[in-house]
Design a protein around this ligand. Structure first.
Ligand code: G3P
Length: 219
């Protein structure tokens, strides 16, 4: 399973990279705005700065919602760096844009996926990744993890190569369940990844080992 970090914060991306388990980064317009990144040139420079830190894929989202606009923006984003994946919303023109980018060999991440039917459409159009939003479904009393299970099952039925990138992952149990269900990638805040480190028996076990060592050494 690949770990992507869902942020546009360079310090957090560096910290995740330093941990040695980071495979990529996803961003969206809200995350860019949170960092105060505005204006076309600044946004592009920020994506390039992210690409310098990470070894693998960086999702950069288009703002346009019409076909021609998405194609123009997507091409510009893809030119910034080989690591860029063009993030496209699950709307009618988005599906057409994904098909176009697929034919041009440009990777895409189809975002705002909330149903297995949408995921099927994105795979048929040739999306590299689909991003089902687990937490936002849970927020409205739908089972986000059940959606992951459905998409993994459908893709296996037909051998689609589109990767299931579980998004809106809010806590460690989301991440672990996604791994059990066979999601290819999770994207989440750094604290969800570092949350996997925690176990009280690890802490007490290590404290005991160190105390026994100190006793034996006569300290
Ligand atoms: O990757 C999508 C993500 O940014 C949405 O997460 O927590 O805002 O639902 P959240």
């Amino acid at each position: 399973m690949k770990f992507f970090i869902d942020t546009a914060n360079l310090d957090e991306i560096r910290e995740a990279h330093d941990l040695g388990v980071l495979d990529g980064v996803t961003t969206n317009p809200s995350l860019m705005a949170k960092e105060g990144i505005t204006g076309d040139a600044n946004i592009k420079a920020h994506y390039q700065a992210i690409c310098k830190i990470v070894d693998d894929k960086v999702s950069a989202e288009v703002i346009a919602t019409d076909y021609q606009g998405m194609i123009k923006e997507g091409k510009e984003l893809a030119k910034l760096d080989d690591k860029i994946v063009v993030k496209i919303p699950m709307i009618r023109d988005g599906v057409k844009a994904i098909r176009y980018f697929h034919s041009e060999g440009i990777r895409t991440n189809c975002t705002l996926i909330f149903s297995s039917g949408q995921a099927l459409l994105a795979a048929k159009a040739g999306a590299t990744y689909v991003s089902p939003f687990i937490g936002r479904l849970d927020d409205i009393s739908f089972d986000g993890l059940e959606l992951i299970s459905q998409i993994v099952h459908i893709y296996q039925n037909y051998g689609y190569t589109t990767e299931v990138l579980a998004a809106s992952v809010r806590h460690t149990m989301h991440l672990i369940k996604c791994a059990e269900l066979g999601a290819d990638v999770v994207t989440c805040p750094l604290k969800v990844i570092t949350g996997l480190l925690k176990h009280p028996l690890t802490d007490s076990g290590l404290a005991q080992f160190l105390a026994d060592h100190a006793k034996a050494a006569g300290k």
